[in-house]
Write a protein that binds this ligand. Structure first.
Ligand SMILES: [Zn+2]
Length: 303
């Protein structure tokens, strides 16, 4: 399977190292021109993958077309700071799955584990050490690694904090949220429109890392924009869509997935339309849905 071989840890680490080196080189070249200095770069860290059918990811999709799912995290470096956006499946995921996933839902969520984010960071001294964790949302396949980083604060908007503490399996695993209250950090967005989203947060004040409140998939679902020099712009929309084709075709998820996984499917449709319009205005924008292996491949190949 092409994705499987592509995402072998050594291959991806090499690709990630290349990303880092390319970034340093770009920063050096740009030194004479502050307007395009590259303060931000990122690393894609897959922690597991699974196999499904296109049909289960997009309304009108084909059963005959295989679809590879990635479960992972994004490690973002900005100057001397770094943070994680999601954690993928962590060291304890098998126990968490055993404890919290209902028997009837297990066949839908089979995964093949790779290295956890913790192990990848421990094994590679060139990767930056994160100082905090942002969640795109609180579903189990994004929050699985929180317990591997007991010292890092976890940043979520109030809506997502409330959702995590009121929802249960199969979407949210109580076994993953054993962190003390002091570890949570609730943050607010500003009422500033960014790329069509009414609420945004320019994390470092330089436009390079911008979080937007998307909602829809969960009440406090968050999208992450990363803007690098030379117009290299990226958006990580979490699980707003599972399959990038949903944006091009303006389609929701498969009806059952939509029913089970999306908190507010009308808002999901609205955001899909926003992303579709955004791509017309900014065709170079790279949108990387959290689980779409093809989108991950494309980023690693092209950058
Ligand atoms: Zn997910």
């Amino acid at each position: 399977m092409i994705h499987r071989s592509f995402f072998r840890p050594h291959t991806i680490l090499t690709a990630l190292l290349f990303l880092g080196v390319a970034s340093l080189a770009a920063a050096a070249q740009d030194r004479s021109s502050p307007a395009v200095s590259d303060s931000v770069t990122f690393f894609l860290l897959p922690t597991a993958e699974g196999q499904t059918r296109e049909m289960y990811t997009i309304s009108g999709g084909a059963f005959s077309t295989p679809f590879t799912l990635i479960y992972g995290a994004v490690l973002v470096r900005h100057g001397h700071d770094a943070f994680l956006f999601d954690t993928g499946l962590g060291e304890q995921v098998d126990n968490q799955f055993e404890q919290d996933m209902p028997w009837w839902a297990r066949p839908f969520f089979e995964y093949e584990k790779q290295q956890s984010v913790l192990k990848q960071i421990e094994a590679d001294s060139t990767l930056p050490r994160p100082t905090r964790i942002f969640l795109s949302h609180g579903h189990w396949d994004h929050a699985g690694g929180l317990v591997d980083f007991p010292d890092l604060p976890v940043w979520v908007p109030q809506q997502e904090y409330d959702f995590i503490h009121s929802e249960g399996p199969p979407a949210v695993f109580p076994s993953q949220f054993t962190l003390p209250d002091s570890q949570w950090h609730i943050y607010d967005f500003e009422a500033k429109n960014y790329a069509g989203f009414e609420h945004s947060l320019d994390l470092y004040g330089d436009g390079s890392v911008v979080l937007v409140l998307m909602g829809g998939h969960t009440p406090g679902s968050v999208g992450l924009f990363i803007n690098r020099s030379h117009g290299r712009n990226y958006l990580f929309p979490g699980d707003l869509v599972w399959n990038h084709d949903q944006i091009d075709r303006q389609k929701g998820k498969f009806w059952l997935s939509r029913l089970l996984a999306d908190y507010d499917s009308e808002r999901v449709d609205e955001v899909i339309r926003k992303l579709h319009d955004l791509l017309i205005k900014q065709p170079a924008l790279q949108i990387i849905p959290a689980h779409d292996a093809r989108s991950w491949d494309r980023i690693i190949r092209e950058h």
